[in-house]
Write a new protein. Structure first.
Ligand SMILES: Cc1ncc(C[n+]2csc(CCOP(=O)(O)OP(=O)(O)O)c2C)c(N)n1
Ligand SMILES: Cc1ncc(C[n+]2csc(CCOP(=O)(O)OP(=O)(O)O)c2C)c(N)n1
Ligand SMILES: [Mg+2]
Ligand SMILES: [Mg+2]
Lengths: 338, 411, 338, 411
C-alpha cells in the first residue's frame, strides 16, 4: 500500500491502464508534455510516448468527437476536459453521439470513452472554474456518471471506468485533490496522508461502478452525498453529534437505489447534499426516488442542502458553499420531527 | 429603425417563378485542371480548390490528367450502382407516399458522390456517411432488403426500430451510423483516422456532409484536428446548392467555394464536378493515396445539385424554381456516365434499358423480402421490450424495472 | 377572437412583436423566405423584410451567439432552433454566456434573447426529432423555461418571453401544433377549432411568466403536467373518473411553487407527468419540492409518469410515450393509499 | 501495438534546456508588404495573410505603405498606455504574490495588440476583449483603481465580487465582459456588428482571442456568420505562440498562419507584427475603415510572444526554455516604439524614465484608492446577500427564500 493523494491515485489509474492495455490513450489540453494543469497526467507522456498521451487543440467538442472516433476504431480513450465548466462545447458530441451510439446502432457500434473532468468550487475559481454540472448529465440516458470522494475510490473507479464499454463521465472534485476538506476554509489544509482512504494499492484494482458506499453507519438519519460533500457531511454529523448514516453515492448514474432505500427505511430521515445548484439538480432525483420508495418510512421531509441557485461567486464562495453549518441545521431540522 | 439597414443578406439566384440561373457556378473545362503529385504540399495546389476538376467533356469523352482510366467492368459497376441507388430511392419514395414507411430522403442527382468514392476507397476504409449517401451502402454491396428493413423498422431492422428511416449503419461493411445531428460524423471520422495512424494501420477514414452542414462547429473541429495531427482522412462536402430551403450562400458559399475552407487550415482542397463519376473517382483516389502515404487529410467539395426535395417532408416548389434541376449546368451523373460509356463503346441504350428493368425487378423483390420481416403495423413485429436494450451494454436495474412496467401494461 | 392553432398563435405573437417593437428580430434556419419547417414564421419575412427575419447558417451555436451579440446591441432577438434535439451545439453559448451575462456583469450587460424550439415526440421523428430536454435547462440558473400547452397560452407566453429582459427558452410541443392530443394515436386528429384555448385574441395580450394554471379543479389528486401531457392527463382523469386537479405548469423555471403546493395540500396526492426521460428529469424537482413543502399533507408517494429512460424510439413511440393507460394506473395507485 | 504509430504530433521548436528557436516564424521586411485599397476584394490580397505587415524597421525608422503617420501626441499616448499596462501588470502580479488578490494574468510583451487597436477604433465601436487585453481598458481611459477593485472583489468591483480577477467589463466605455469560456466573445461580436448593420448604424465591433482559442467552435461560428452577413467586425487572433503549455502548432499553426483561416471563408486575413505599434495601428485602421464602408469583416493575426507566464497559476519553465522571450525575433513592443520615437526625435530616454516613475506612482496611488474600497478579507465588504441579485432581472421567489436562509445563518 502506498499513500497517495487524489491526483496521484488518478495518475496511477491511468498509468496502470496505459500499461495493461495498449488500446488505452489519453487526450486533452495540456495533458501531454506538461502533465495537465492539475498534474493528473504527469509523467505519462514521457513513459508511454506522444502517441498514447496526446496534447489536444483547445476544442472540447473536437476532443470528445475524436475520442468517439478512436473508440469506434478500437481504442479506449480517456479524454480530459480541463474544467467541468468547459464541458459545454462538448455537449452535442456527448449527448447526441457518445450517449446514443450503442442504442441507435442496436449495439453494433459503441465508443468506450471516459471523460475525466475536475469539478466543484472552493478554490477561488469563480463561476467558470467551480461548477458541478453532473445533474445535467445524469439526465442523459446512455452515460455513466461518477464522482469519487477519496484517492482509493478515485483510482478504483477510474480503472473501472476505463475498462467499461459504456461512456463514463468521471467528475473529480478538485477541492479534495490534495486532501480531504471538511468545509471549513479557515482550518489548515490537511493532506490525504492520515486518511484511511489515502492508502491506495499501487497495483491494479477496481471499485465497482453502480455501488454506493456506506461511509459511516448510523441510525437516526441518512445523509446522501458525493465528492467533497462526503467530508463536509461527516464533519457536520460529528459537530451535531447526530448518529447519521452517511452514504457516498459515488455513482450517480446508474444509481444504487437499494443501498439508499435500505438506509432510509432504517433511519426514516434523509438529508441530501451537493455543491451543485439545487433547482433540478441531482439531489432532486434522489429525493424524488426516496419519497416514492420509502414513503411509509419517512418521518420528516427530505431536505436538500446545496449550492444556491446562482452562479458560483468569486468573493463569497464560502457563503455559497453548502457548509457544515447548513448541513447541521438541516440535520437538526429533520431530527426535530417525530 | 432610424437608418437604412446595411446588413448583407445572401440572395439565391432564383426563387419560384424566376428563371433558374446558375451563372454563379464557376466551371472549368474537362481536363483543364492539373493533377499534382499526391505528395505535393498543400500550398502548391491551391488552384484545385478554386477550379473544377472534370473529366467527362460535353462530347462525353474522358480526358485530362485526372482521367482515372477505369476498365469497362468498373464503369459498368459504377453505372449499375448509381442506377440502383436511383431505382431504390424512387421505390422508397413511393412507399413513403403510400404510407408504408414514415419518412425518406432521396439522393437523386447526387449518386456519383457516394458511388464513386466508395469504389475508389479500400474495403477496410471506414466510411462516415450523411443521410444522403445511401450510395455508399449500395456500392459496398449491401443487401437492398436490409436497407428497406431499416426504413420499415421491422424485425430485420439493423437499428431494431430505434431510428428514423435512412439512419443506416453497417458494421461489417465498415460504414458508420448515420446521425440525425448534422456534421457530428466529420470529427468522429478524423478521430477514427487518428486511431488508425496511432495503431500504425493503413486504413483511412472518409466522411460526408452537406454544404449547409459545414457551418456547424464540428466542421471546424474536423479540419483542426485533421490538420494538427495530419490524420489520414478524406473529408467530403457535398455542395448540392441547397440546405432545405436555404441556398449555399447561407453557409458562406457566396464568397468562396467550400473547398477553400481546407486551405485556411493548410489542408488541400479540391473542387470537383460531383456529377462526373470519373472525376469524383479520380479525386477520391488521389486523396486516399495521399492519406495512406502519410500526407494527411484532403477536403473535397463535390459540386452537385439536390434534384429531389430535401426529404419527404419538404416541398421545394415553395422556395426555388420548379425546373431548376433541368437548368443545372453539370447535368445528371447517371446520364453523363452512360453517354460516356456509349461513346466509348462499352455500353448501349439497349443494355441500359435492360439494366433499368433488371434493377427495378431486383428492387421489387427486395421489397417483398423486406416486407416478409414485417412493417411497423403488419406482419412479424419487433419485441417492444427490446427498447430497453443497448442504452448501456448491460440493462441497469431501473431500466429492468421500467421494462417490467411496460410488460405489465401489455399483459 | 379568432380561432388559431398553435402555429398560428406563435406566428401571431411574433407578428405583433415585430410590429410593435422595431428592435425585435427573428433568426433561425429556414425561418425567413420559407417561413420555417413548421411554418411558425410564415409570411413574416415578406411583411417585415430580410433585415428583421433572417435565415441563418446551420450552426446553433452561432445562432445563439449572434443573438446574444444582437441583444447586447439593443435588439430583442427571437432565435429558432429547428428541433430541440439540435439545441446541444448551442449549449455553451446558452449556459456559459446567455444565462450568465447579467450576473457576471452585475447587471451592466444582458441579452434579452428568446429561444423558440419545437420539442416532444409522437410524430414518428425517432430519437433526434422527439426529445424534451427542458430538464437540462431548468438546472441552469439565469434562464426562464416555458412550455405552453395550447394556442392561447402559446401566444400570450411568447409575447411575454419576447418582452422579458431575461433569456427565455420557449419549448413548443410539436405534437399539439395542430390540435390537442389526448395520447391516443388511433383516434382521428382533432383540430384546435373546438377547444376553448383555440380561441385566441388577434391583438396583443400576455400570459404571465412564472404562473402555473389550474386547468381543472379537483379534490382527490393533483396532476402536474405541461405541454402535450396536459391533454393526456385530462383524458386519463376522465377515463379513470378521478376528481383530479390538473395543473399546467407552463413555466418550469422560475416555478410557481405556491399554486402547486396549495393544490397538493388540498388533495394529498400527486402524480407528475412529462414526456422527457424520468431519471433526473424535471419531474424530480417537482417531486422533491412537493415532498419537502407538503410532507404532512401527503397520503401517498408522489408518482412520476414519464418517458422511459431510453432514447425516443422510432418504432415504439406509443409504447414509449407516457400515455393515458400509464397515467391512469398511477392515478389509481395513488388513490389506493389511504 | 503491432505497427509503428504514424500520427503526426506537432513539435515545438524548443523545450526546457533547448536553445530557443524561432526560425519557424516567417518574417517580412518593414515596409515590404503592399497596402491594398480598403475596398479591394478579399481574393485580391491573399498575400496579406502570409506576409507580415511591419512598419518599424531594425533602425527604428517607420516606413512603407502601412506607415500610419501618427502625430507626436498620439505616439506619446500610445507609448504611455503600453507602459501603463505593463506597470499595472507588474504591480498586480506582485499583489497576487503577496496574497492580496487570488489570481492574475499579465499581458507582458503583448501590449501593442490591445493599445494600438483601441486607439485606431472609434469610441462608439464595441470591444469584445479576451482576458489578456487589459490594454483595451487602459487605452479607453479606464480608471486604474476600477480595474484593481475588480481584482480585489471589493465594494467598488464592477462585477460585485462575482468574477475572478481580470474578468472586467465597462458598459460606458463600450467594452464587453471578459468571459472565462474561451472564444465565446468572437461570434457575439459578430452578432453585435450584425445588429449595428441592421440598425443602419456606423459603429463596428472588434474582438480578441488567443491563437489557441481559434480551435474552439466559436471561431468557426464567428467566421461563418461574419462572412455570410458581411458583418462590420474586426476579428483579432493574438498569436502569442503559446496556449498555456501547448505551442501554436496544436492549434494548427504549423501549417498555415492563423490569418489564412479568414481566406477559407472569403474574409481578408492580415498577418501583422504584433509588437510593432504602428503596424498594428495601421492594419486595425484599415480593417475598421473597410468594415465601416460596408466591406465586411477582417481577420487579423497579431504575431507576438507571451513573455509572461500564462497566469499566476502557471510555471512556463516546465515547458519552454527560460530565455525564450529574449530570443523572440520581433522584440518588445514598448522598446520598439520608444526607440522609434527617440530616433524620430519625439522622445528621449529621460522622458521615458520620468514617465515610468510617474506611472508607477499613479499605479501606487490607484492601488491605495482601490484598497480604500476593501479587499476580500479586510476593510469595507460587499454585502454577501447581493449574491442573489442579477441571476434574473428580478429576484425570483426561490432565490428570495435562499437569501433569507443565508441571512438567517449570518445572524
Ligand atoms: C444539428 C442539426 N441542426 C439542424 C438540423 C435540421 N436539418 C436537417 S437536414 C438540414 C439541412 C442540411 O443541409 P446540407 O448540409 O446542405 O445537406 P443536404 O440536405 O443538402 O444533403 C437541416 C437544417 C439537424 N438535423 N441537425
Ligand atoms: C472553453 C475553455 N476551454 C479551456 C479553457 C482553459 N484555458 C484557459 S486559457 C487557455 C489557453 C488559451 O490560449 P490562447 O487562446 O492562445 O490565449 P493566451 O493565453 O495565449 O492569451 C485554456 C486552455 C477555458 N478557459 N475555456
Ligand atoms: Mg446541401
Ligand atoms: Mg496564445
Amino acid at each position: 500500500m502506498a499513500r497517495m493523494n487524489m491526483i496521484q491515485a488518478i495518475n496511477s489509474a491511468m498509468d496502470i491502464m496505459l500499461e495493461r492495455d495498449t488500446s488505452v490513450i489519453i487526450i486533452g489540453q495540456d495533458v501531454g508534455y506538461f502533465g495537465g494543469v492539475f498534474r493528473c497526467t504527469e509523467g505519462l507522456q514521457r513513459k508511454y510516448g506522444e502517441h498514447r498521451v496526446l496534447d489536444a487543440p483547445i476544442a472540447e467538442g473536437g476532443i470528445i468527437a475524436s475520442a468517439i472516433g478512436m473508440g469506434v476504431n478500437g481504442l479506449r480513450p480517456v479524454a480530459e476536459i480541463q474544467f467541468a465548466d468547459y464541458i459545454y462545447p462538448g455537449c452535442d458530441q456527448i449527448i447526441s453521439e457518445l450517449a446514443r451510439l450503442r442504442y441507435r446502432t442496436a449495439g453494433d457500434f459503441f465508443a468506450p470513452v471516459t471523460i475525466r473532468t475536475p469539478c466543484g468550487g472552493g478554490i477561488r475559481g469563480g463561476q467558470t472554474h467551480s461548477q458541478s454540472p453532473e445533474g445535467i448529465f445524469t439526465h442523459v440516458c446512455g452515460l455513466k456518471i461518477l464522482m469519487p470522494s477519496n484517492p482509493f475510490d478515485a483510482k478504483g473507479l477510474l480503472i473501472s471506468a476505463i475498462e467499461d464499454d459504456d461512456p463514463v463521465i468521471f467528475f473529480e472534485p478538485k477541492r479534495i485533490y490534495n486532501g480531504p476538506f471538511d468545509g471549513d476554509p479557515n482550518k489548515p489544509a490537511v493532506p490525504w496522508t492520515n486518511h484511511p482512504k489515502g492508502e491506495v494499492p499501487e497495483d491494479y484494482y477496481t471499485v465497482p461502478i453502480g455501488r454506493a458506499e456506506i461511509v459511516q453507519p448510523g441510525e437516526d438519519v441518512t445523509i446522501l452525498c458525493y465528492g467533497t460533500m462526503v467530508h463536509v457531511a461527516q464533519a457536520a454529523a460529528e459537530l451535531t453529534e447526530v448518529d447519521a448514516e452517511i452514504i457516498d453515492i459515488r455513482t450517480m448514474s446508474p444509481l444504487d437505489v437499494d443501498t439508499i432505500t435500505t438506509s432510509v427505511e432504517k433511519t426514516g430521515r434523509c438529508v441530501i447534499t451537493h455543491e451543485a445548484t439545487r433547482f433540478s439538480g441531482f439531489g432532486a432525483e434522489l429525493a424524488a426516488t426516496i419519497q416514492e420508495e420509502c414513503f411509509y418510512h419517512l418521518v420528516a421531509p427530505i431536505l436538500r442542502v446545496t449550492g444556491w441557485d446562482t452562479p458560483y461567486p468569486h468573493a463569497f464562495e464560502w457563503e455559497y458553499f453548502p457548509g457544515q453549518q447548513r448541513i447541521s441545521l438541516a440535520l437538526e431540522k429533520v431530527l426535530e420531527e417525530t | 429603425m432610424a437608418r437604412t439597414p446595411r446588413l448583407h443578406i445572401p440572395q439565391p439566384p432564383a426563387r419560384p417563378g424566376d428563371e433558374p440561373d446558375f451563372s454563379y457556378v464557376e466551371l472549368s473545362d474537362a481536363g483543364a485542371v492539373s493533377r499534382p503529385e499526391v505528395t505535393s504540399r498543400a500550398r502548391h495546389m491551391e488552384n484545385l480548390a478554386l477550379e473544377l476538376v472534370r473529366v467527362i467533356d460535353d462530347q462525353h469523352k474522358a480526358l485530362g490528367p485526372w482521367h482515372p482510366q477505369l476498365d469497362t467492368h468498373d464503369l459498368q459497376v459504377g453505372l449499375r450502382h448509381m442506377l440502383l441507388t436511383r431505382v431504390f430511392d424512387d421505390r422508397m419514395m413511393a412507399m413513403q407516399r403510400q404510407g408504408k414507411i414514415s419518412f425518406y430522403i432521396k439522393s437523386t442527382g447526387e449518386e456519383a458522390v457516394s458511388i464513386a468514392p466508395a469504389m475508389a476507397l479500400q474495403p477496410g476504409d471506414m466510411l462516415f456517411p450523411s443521410y444522403r449517401t445511401q450510395g455508399l451502402q449500395i456500392a459496398r454491396g449491401r443487401n437492398l432488403a436490409d436497407l428497406m428493413c431499416q426504413c420499415l423498422s421491422n424485425t430485420n431492422d439493423m437499428c431494431k426500430g430505434r431510428q428514423m428511416p435512412v439512419m443506416y449503419h453497417w458494421a461489417r461493411g465498415n460504414i458508420f451510423s448515420v446521425s440525425g445531428n448534422l456534421t457530428t460524423q466529420f470529427p468522429q471520422a478524423v478521430g477514427w483516422a487518428m486511431a488508425a495512424a496511432i495503431k500504425g494501420e493503413d486504413d483511412i477514414a472518409a466522411a460526408w456532409i452537406g454544404e449547409g452542414s459545414s457551418a456547424e462547429a464540428d466542421f471546424h473541429h474536423a479540419l483542426t484536428f485533421a490538420a494538427v495531427y495530419q490524420a489520414p482522412v478524406v473529408l467530403n462536402v457535398v455542395n448540392n446548392q441547397w440546405a432545405i430551403s436555404t441556398f449555399q450562400g447561407f453557409a458562406g458559399g457566396e464568397r468562396r467555394p467550400f473547398a477553400v475552407r481546407g486551405l485556411g487550415h493548410g489542408i488541400p482542397g479540391i473542387r470537383v464536378d460531383g456529377n462526373d463519376f470519373l472525376a469524383v473517382y479520380a479525386v477520391t483516389q488521389w486523396a486516399a493515396e495521399r492519406a495512406r502515404q502519410g500526407g494527411g487529410p484532403t477536403l473535397i467539395e463535390h459540386v452537385t445539385y439536390r434534384a429531389a426535395a430535401h426529404s419527404t417532408s419538404d416541398d421545394p416548389s415553395r422556395y426555388r424554381p420548379r425546373d431548376e434541376a433541368k437548368a443545372w449546368p453539370l447535368g445528371d451523373p447517371i446520364e453523363r456516365l452512360k453517354e460516356h460509356m456509349i461513346v466509348e463503346g462499352s455500353w448501349s441504350e439497349k443494355q441500359h434499358e435492360k439494366l433499368v428493368v433488371e434493377l427495378e425487378e431486383y428492387c421489387a423483390e427486395a421489397w417483398q423480402e423486406a416486407l416478409s420481416y414485417g412493417t411497423m403495423t403488419t406482419g412479424p413485429q419487433l419485441d417492444q421490450h427490446e427498447l430497453f436494450d443497448d442504452v448501456l451494454k448491460d440493462i441497469p436495474a431501473h431500466l429492468l424495472a421500467q421494462r417490467d412496467e411496460l410488460r405489465s401494461l401489455s399483459d
